[in-house]
Design a binder for this molecule. Structure first.
Ligand SMILES: Cc1ncc(COP(=O)(O)O)c(C=O)c1O
Length: 370
């Protein structure tokens, strides 16, 4: 038995090895065709992912940030509109709103799950609210049913940020299929991750899908007929080959993540000072990240890293307090749950292929440090 001395936050080598031969064959075929943009692999992946999701249309994009911007713009969100996003998310959720021309309005998250808090959303909506973006954070779905009740009442759109939740389900339905549209990211470390940047817009509406596709192709579906102001955001052909290979394994790999999370739950049960993550009722979690909360987090993180444990923070600064999004009217203390959590959250290493010995090493080191 090998003695574990270091554990990275994410190790993509195990996944790469499982699909290496398949990807090589697929890439060889692309090279043989010299058809480097679009082509059968992109169309096939979009089709296969839509089948996996169980409903909706999938439109590949260059990355997840574009996927969200495309979703918003395809739905008609524009300047003058307000869009509500959680304060605790990756900054891309808010960037997409601003790039679509709309105004970002923040709301707080729930203390138990760190998912968008419907009560805080209620306080954030105005007569200019055009959309609400619940973020399916860390691998579990936000309470979309409660958010849907709000959007239905005020006549707004529901756009899911499904970047961290490929394969997650709520009451049996897949992340990305419950909104008017969704954006997802296939950044390499995601549950369904490419070998580079990639993303997709998902929508149940054929006309929204058509608009999404043309927005990412310079506003054009027929060459040189530009019916809208678009940009270039296409799913790369070589990445589509990788995603097709990984999609076939997504459920099995998510199951490995669930087993690893259950092992952490058990190993951490008697470690004082470590608050384990909570799963919202009705959710099938896919553990994109395993996020605990500890006091004195920065010291704990530094000591873990010094001991070779690649823990991380998702995210150290709530978006409303970043230099990019700080507004004069948004004071520190506006979103107390997100702000307190940002000082306590700690993501432990978790990925398909992580071993029990590695997890025991992480928890033993954490126990000693805390
Ligand atoms: C919650 C969330 N939204 C959006 C994105 C943006 O995706 P990308 O990096 O592919 O642009 C990410 C990932 O990076 C994310 O984690």
């Amino acid at each position: 038995m090998t003695t574990v001395t270091a554990v990275p936050l994410v190790d993509l080598g195990w996944q790469r090895d499982q699909i290496a031969a398949e990807v090589q064959d697929g890439w060889d075929a692309v090279l043989a065709r010299t058809s480097f943009v679009g082509g059968p692999d992109v169309a096939a992946f979009e089709q296969e992912y839509a089948e996996y999701l169980g409903s909706g249309h999938v439109v590949g994009t260059a990355n997840g940030t574009d996927a969200l911007e495309v979703a918003l713009r395809a739905l008609g969100v524009e300047q003058g509109d307000e869009v509500v996003v959680p304060a605790n998310t990756f900054i891309a959720t808010a960037e997409a709103v601003r790039r679509a021309g709309a105004t970002v309005v923040f709301a707080d998250v729930d203390d138990a799950t760190l998912l968008l808090d419907p009560a805080s959303v209620e306080a954030a909506v105005t007569d200019r609210t055009r959309a609400i973006i619940p973020v399916h954070l860390f691998g579990q779905m936000a309470p979309v049913d409660a958010i849907r009740r709000i959007t239905d009442r005020i006549g707004a759109l529901l756009v899911e940020d499904a970047a961290q939740s490929q394969g997650a389900r709520r009451h049996g339905l897949c992340a990305g299929t419950l909104g008017d549209a969704a954006g997802t990211s296939f950044y390499p470390g995601k549950n369904l991750g490419a070998f580079g940047d990639a993303g997709a817009t998902i929508t149940p509406d054929a006309e929204v899908a058509r608009r999404a596709r043309l927005l990412g192709q310079h506003g054009s579906l027929v060459k040189y007929q530009h019916e809208a102001f678009g940009f270039n955001s296409r799913l790369d052909t070589l990445q589509a080959v990788v995603l097709r290979a990984k999609l076939r394994r997504l459920d099995a790999w998510n199951e490995l993540r669930r087993e690893a999370a259950a092992r952490y739950d058990a190993l951490l049960a008697d470690v004082p000072g470590v608050r384990p993550p909570a799963t919202l009722d009705g959710n099938e979690h896919v553990w994109h990240l395993y996020v605990v909360r500890v006091a004195d987090r920065d010291r704990v993180l530094a000591e873990l890293n010094a001991a070779g444990v690649g823990a991380g923070i998702h995210y150290p600064v709530p978006v409303h307090l970043t230099a990019a999004f700080r507004a004069p009217a948004v004071l520190e203390g506006s979103f107390p749950v997100a702000e307190a959590a940002a000082k306590q959250i700690l993501s432990l290493p978790l990925y398909p292929g992580i071993t029990l010995e590695q997890q025991e090493h992480v928890v033993a080191t954490l126990r000693a440090v805390v």
